[in-house]
Design a protein around this ligand. Structure first.
Ligand SMILES: *[C@@H]1O[C@H](CO)[C@@H](O)[C@H](O)[C@H]1NC(C)=O
Ligand SMILES: *[C@@H]1O[C@H](CO)[C@@H](O)[C@H](O)[C@H]1NC(C)=O
Ligand SMILES: *[C@@H]1O[C@H](CO)[C@@H](O)[C@H](O)[C@H]1NC(C)=O
Ligand SMILES: *[C@@H]1O[C@H](CO)[C@@H](O)[C@H](O)[C@H]1NC(C)=O
Ligand SMILES: *[C@@H]1O[C@H](CO)[C@@H](O)[C@H](O)[C@H]1NC(C)=O
Ligand SMILES: *[C@@H]1O[C@H](CO)[C@@H](O)[C@H](O)[C@H]1NC(C)=O
Ligand SMILES: *[C@@H]1O[C@H](CO)[C@@H](O)[C@H](O)[C@H]1NC(C)=O
Ligand SMILES: *[C@@H]1O[C@H](CO)[C@@H](O)[C@H](O)[C@H]1NC(C)=O
Length: 458
């Protein structure tokens, strides 16, 4: 006897126990799973908690006890009635999922006509499933076809640069991975901002990109650092995030109610903890405060307010705010600088302008109600690094951030008389306040005396 058969047998055993890849020779059957080389993620068949009939192919955290699916292949086409399915690597380098009757439920479309042996679908520790040719070339990856979750280092383009719209699309319900109406991704009308959509209507919006290299940096009590960024690669914007070494498992997702969340796994409590959620319950929903109204996060309890020079149009903010003083147009208008603002939606992106040219762009057109300017030089690889935004007509979906919470300067057009009046009001109010204060201090002295005196007499 030679030791060879034993060696072959052993290698076969190992091959079956932990395998991170699928090849033409080895399909994935109902009870099999792939496990990434470091054991972080697994891929296989699953049935959502409260469903006994529908089976899906998905990727989940291999070491986290609570089932958490970060990607689902056949989200709208489950394997029915618990029938066993099969995932194979076809001879033309596509992954094909079929049910027991041989019906194709899901497939990749790489359009490789020639047969290639040695192609493998590999599950990486990043959570990415990649189809790799024998020469090492990657021809497909699950990160390009997200479900409702983004993992660290996954990049989501804000524009549809290659004709494929890449958005996170929420599950229909807690146990239903099907595509719902809620999605999150770039706003194709400008490519400068990220929006959560409810169907075709915006539900929450992040302000237009201002060139910041880091749009959010979070350091929790557990010490991990998460950097949420928008990167610019030659004029295309991408959203991505990175985490520091040794941080717990982190994911960004859009839940079935349309809420965007950043979650971290807490191994002590054995649960996912959300540390960022949008929209927040108070006034953060899209255009909640109406035209010319804004969600004031600088208040202890955030609430709707009107921009300066405006007053509520009605009893509440359902119709927003109206000008106290109509614009006269011409040289009688001035621009008031509002600091720390989330810029409004529905802007016109005027290319290749200096700050002064941007100001002029707004000034010369009576219907221009505001403008904002940023220089993208820190983050942009594009030739034109100016970002002049102007607004014609109403201003919707604004917010004021807390001090140091970001935001930009928004230059708002007002009738000069509005400002004069406000200054005049101040001129009248200030002396009154001052005299009241003097009176109050006199009274205080008097009250103290009258309170203290009797005691000292006794
Ligand atoms: C499944 O259903 C039970 C009872 O209706 C419920 O308590 C549980 O939270 C559900 N599980 C999930 C994951 O939604
Ligand atoms: C493959 O071909 C189909 C049909 O022509 C097309 O819709 C699809 O986009 C192609 N896929 C890729 C990855 O090029
Ligand atoms: C989303 O849109 C649907 C239909 O228009 C509506 O019924 C639902 O209330 C909206 N959801 C939210 C959270 O506003
Ligand atoms: C761009 O870089 C400069 C100098 O490093 C810095 O002062 C400025 O805050 C940066 N701007 C943005 C928008 O990040
Ligand atoms: C878990 O518990 C340990 C020990 O009590 C503590 O040091 C650690 O910060 C906790 N981690 C989290 C994520 O709460
Ligand atoms: C605001 O006022 C209008 C008209 O009075 C009313 O129909 C609407 O329900 C109110 N909305 C809120 C949120 O109170
Ligand atoms: C102002 O902008 C509006 C909307 O784009 C446009 O129709 C109008 O011609 C502009 N007016 C001037 C004076 O540029
Ligand atoms: C920007 O405008 C200037 C003139 O104001 C022009 O010389 C330049 O070519 C323009 N650049 C781009 C990238 O359009």
């Amino acid at each position: 006897m030679t030791p060879l058969p034993v060696f072959v047998l052993l290698s076969l055993v190992c091959f079956c126990i932990s395998d991170d890849r699928l090849t033409t020779a080895k399909p994935l059957n109902a009870r099999d799973k792939l496990v990434s080389s470091g054991g972080v993620f697994a891929l296989g068949f699953f049935t959502p908690a409260n469903s006994t009939v529908d089976t899906y192919i998905g990727i989940w955290y291999n070491k986290i006890p609570q089932p958490t699916y970060v990607w689902v292949a056949n989200r709208d086409n489950p394997i029915k009635n618990g029938s066993p399915g099969k995932l194979v690597m076809s001879s033309n380098s596509d992954l094909v999922l079929s049910d027991s009757q041989g019906r194709t439920l899901w497939t990749t479309t790489n359009n490789f006509t020639s047969a290639t042996t040695g192609t493998a679908a590999i599950l990486f520790d990043s959570g990415n499933l990649v189809i790799q040719l024998p020469n090492g070339k990657h021809i497909w990856q699950s990160f390009d076809y997200p479900t409702d979750t983004a993992l660290p280092d996954m990049v989501l383009p804000l524009s549809t640069n290659d004709g494929i719209l890449r958005r996170l699309v929420a599950w229909k319900g807690p146990d239903d991975p099907g595509t719902s109406d809620y999605s999150m991704g770039g706003d194709s009308s400008s490519d400068l901002q990220v929006v959560i959509w409810n169907g075709t209507r915006p539900y929450w919006r992040r302000s237009a990109w201002d060139g910041s290299l880091v749009s959010g940096l979070y350091q929790s009590i557990t010490g991990f650092i998460l950097t949420e960024i928008i990167v610019d690669r030659g004029g295309e914007l991408y959203m991505t995030f990175t985490v520091s070494q040794g941080s717990p498992s982190l994911r960004m997702m859009l839940d079935y109610k349309g809420t965007f969340k950043f979650l971290a796994w807490n191994s002590n409590s054995s649960s996912w903890e959300a540390f960022i959620e949008h929209p927040s319950p108070i006034c953060e929903r899209y255009a909640y405060c109406g035209p010319f109204g804004y969600c004031d996060a600088a208040e202890t309890v955030p609430k709707c307010n009107c921009l300066s020079g405006f007053e509520p149009d009605g009893v509440n903010f359902s119709r927003g705010c109206r000008r106290k003083e109509d614009l006269k147009c011409g040289n009688n208008d001035i621009f008031s600088t509002l600091r720390g603002m989330k810029t409004p939606d529905k802007f016109l992106y005027v290319r290749n302008r200096s700050f002064d040219q941007c100001t002029e762009e707004c000034k010369r057109n009576c219907s221009c109600s505001a403008y904002a300017y940023a220089n993208l030089n820190n983050g942009s690889g594009a030739a034109d690094q100016s970002r002049c935004l102007i607004w014609l007509g109403g201003l919707v979906d604004m917010a004021k951030f807390r001090d140091g919470g970001g935001g930009e300067d928004l230059y708002l057009r007002l009738a000069s008389s509005t400002v004069d009046k406000e200054i005049n009001v101040l001129k009248i109010i200030l002396p009154i306040v001052a005299s009241l204060l003097i009176l109050a201090s006199i009274c205080l002295v008097w009250i103290c005396k009258s309170r203290v005196m009797p005691v000292s007499v006794r």
